[in-house]
Design a binder for this molecule. Structure first.
Ligand code: HEC
Length: 135
């Protein structure tokens, strides 16, 4: 009579492990729900969505840029003075460049002075307008 015992033992073991498994399962299911009294994250702390640029508004804002960045396609107006072409560049690239000048991450007195006067929306508008120009 040695056989029935191991079988019974293994059945008990199986039952025990199933019970343990069931308990962990139940444990995850009955986890306390996240506190509902917790206030939703305030919109102010959420990262601000990048403003959508209005090319129409940007056209007016970019009027002063023509003096240095040229007129047609905003190519260099002065062959002996390096002014990068900004017309037809990607809006993201232009907005990043202007934001960097504004924050001083990119240093160029003239362009920093230009960028200083712009809001985030202005920059988005200018970038939208310039990116639509044919190079
Ligand atoms: C007084 C001349 C002048 C005016 C006005 C001017 N820029 Fe510039 N801009 C420059 C020069 C010079 C550079 C190159 C600066 C550098 O090397 O970082 C430049 C660089 C840039 C760049 C970076 C381009 C690149 O590929 O690196 C952007 C974008 C730009 N200008 C946008 C504008 C916009 C938009 C305006 C109008 C609001 C404007 N600029 C007005 C002279 C000017």
């Amino acid at each position: 009579m040695t056989r029935p015992l191991p079988i019974a033992a293994s059945l008990v073991l199986a039952a025990l492990s199933f019970a343990a498994f069931a308990q962990t399962e139940a444990g995850t299911e009955t986890a306390p729900p996240p506190a509902t009294s917790e206030p939703a994250p305030a919109p102010a702390t959420a990262p601000p969505a990048a403003p959508t640029g209005s090319a129409e508004r940007g056209k007016q804002l970019a009027f002063t840029c023509q003096g240095c960045h040229g007129v047609t396609g905003y190519k260099n107006a002065y062959p002996n003075f390096h002014v990068p072409r900004i017309g037809g560049q990607s809006a993201t690239y232009l907005a990043n460049a202007l934001t960097e000048y504004q924050k001083g991450a990119r240093k160029h007195p003239t362009m920093q002075a230009q960028a200083m006067s712009f809001s985030e929306q202005d920059i988005a508008d200018i970038a939208a307008y310039l990116s639509e120009l044919k190079p």
